[in-house]
Design a protein around this ligand. Structure first.
Ligand SMILES: [Zn+2]
Ligand SMILES: [Zn+2]
Length: 284
């Protein structure tokens, strides 16, 4: 029999050992609150942040990725900052990273400034200024092929890249594991997947395992029917004439459940002081 991770049959299939680890993580996450894929994705990012701060802030490869991305995306920039200040009590790692980055951006700006046409080579006549202002206004319609494009990152946010890889791996594992009745029972008892991860799982299952696609679609349909009923009751009981009718726990929780389904599990910032074990993510 084929190993389970190969059942999906895509080139990104993981090793048997890695698949066992992902399966265990997935089963653990399904017993906790919220979308399990969102949770494991977040754990991967948090491991990366802790490892980066505790061990690898001076690692050449990790720094090269960060330099190519000109830092991180806004969400992960602030995660890195708040994680260090909250868990480590200072911002030394952030300072080392951004001192380097700020110097590089400054040097890029100097080079950009040097590359601008001089007024001697481009006479500052009235029609050239008018044309420049016109292009500024309709810039989205007219692209100048030789336009200078400073401060453009040449790589994506490293944390987003780690998160996307984990997301893809976990969704593949989930679809593969849905073959087993006991896993389906665990999934049914869980909070289910958020919209983005449900879409990802359905797309994958529809191609490789239509029975799993049917299971996931039926299961999500049932959840949404409950959600719609609870939201309806929540809305109705906000009216003055029903003010004495208490909300059930499902009704009271319905707006949060709806936000979690459409927006994914809310990302948290670690709040406890950090032991410098750092987890086992490779921050490369
Ligand atoms: Zn999710
Ligand atoms: Zn990011």
């Amino acid at each position: 029999m084929m190993p389970q991770e190969q059942a999906i049959g895509e080139p990104q299939a993981v090793s048997t050992g890695r698949f066992s680890m992902i399966s265990a993580d997935l089963k653990r996450a399904l017993r906790l609150q919220g979308c399990a894929v969102c949770r494991l994705k977040e754990e991967t990012v948090h491991r990366y942040v802790r490892f980066l701060l505790a061990e690898n802030v001076n690692d050449g490869d990790a720094r090269a990725y960060i330099v190519h991305g000109l830092g991180f995306c806004p969400e992960h920039t602030w995660l890195l900052y708040h994680t260090e200040t909250t868990r480590f009590g200072d911002a030394l790692g952030n300072s080392i990273l951004y001192e380097d980055l700020a110097e590089r951006v400054r040097d890029d700006l100097v080079a950009f400034r040097r590359g601008l046409p001089t007024s001697a080579s481009r006479p500052n006549v009235w029609w050239r200024r008018a044309w420049g202002r016109f292009r500024l206004v309709v810039g989205s319609l007219i692209r100048h092929p030789g336009a200078l494009d400073p401060l453009r990152p040449v790589g994506e946010c490293r944390m987003c890249a780690h998160a996307a890889h984990e997301e893809e791996t976990v969704v593949r594992a989930l679809v593969s594991l849905c073959d087993a009745p006991d896993f389906r029972a665990l999934y049914t008892a869980s909070d289910g997947l958020c919209l983005a991860h449900l879409r990802q799982a359905l797309r994958l299952a529809a191609t490789h395992d239509p029975d799993t696609a049917r299971f996931l679609a039926d299961e999500a349909t049932g959840r949404l029917e409950t959600l719609v009923a609870n939201l309806g009751a929540y809305i109705r009981k906000q009216a003055w004439q029903y003010r004495d009718e208490p909300l059930t726990s499902g009704e009271a929780d319905a707006p949060r459940k709806a936000a979690e389904f459409f927006g994914g599990r809310e990302m948290t910032t670690p709040s406890a002081p950090c032991a410098p074990d750092g987890g086992n993510a490779d921050p490369g």
